[in-house]
Design a protein around this ligand. Structure first.
Ligand code: NI
Length: 133
C-alpha cells in the first residue's frame, strides 16, 4: 500500500502529548503513533456495529473469590445465544484461565465482554474479534 504524506497542525501542548505517547509506547516516530491511534479508533467503532463477528473472551481470575465464579456463570447464562463454548484451565492452585468462544452481533459481544471483564476481582480480561466472512 502506498504511503501518502500530509501535514497536521496541532497545538504545542497536544504535540508534546503525542511525543510522550511515541516515547511511552516505543513507536519509532510520530507517523507510526498516529497510524496506531487511527487504527485503534476504527477497530473500536467496528466493535459497536451490527456486523456478525466471531470472537474470544479471555479471562484470568482467582477462583477462591467465589462471587466471581457465581457472577461469571450468571452473566454467561444471560448470553447463552451468542456463546459457542467455554474452556476452563486451572493455571495453578489459585488462578483460572477461561476462554469463551462467541459469535454474534459485534455490539452484543462487546456488551457481554464488558460485563465479564468488569466483574470485581477479575485479574485480566480481553476480547478479540474477527470478521466471519
Ligand atoms: Ni480453575
Amino acid at each position: 500500500m502506498g504511503v501518502v504524506r500530509f501535514s497536521v497542525s496541532l497545538e504545542e501542548e497536544l504535540l508534546n502529548e503525542l511525543d510522550r505517547f511515541v516515547k511511552d509506547n516505543i513507536f519509532s516516530n510520530r507517523s507510526q503513533a498516529i497510524r496506531n491511534l487511527i487504527e485503534k479508533n476504527i477497530v473500536e467503532k467496528k466493535w459497536h456495529c451490527n456486523n456478525v463477528v466471531a470472537g474470544a473472551i479471555v479471562l484470568i481470575y482467582d477462583h477462591n473469590k467465589k462471587e466471581i465464579v457465581l457472577r461469571l456463570n450468571d452473566i454467561q447464562h444471560k448470553y447463552f445465544d451468542i456463546i459457542l463454548s467455554s474452556q476452563h484451565f486451572h493455571l495453578n492452585h489459585n488462578f483460572c484461565f477461561e476462554i469463551i468462544a462467541v459469535k454474534g452481533v459485534a455490539k452484543k459481544l462487546t456488551e457481554l465482554s464488558d460485563k465479564l471483564i468488569s466483574i470485581k476481582g477479575i485479574s485480566h480480561g480481553k476480547l478479540i474479534m474477527s470478521k466471519t466472512d
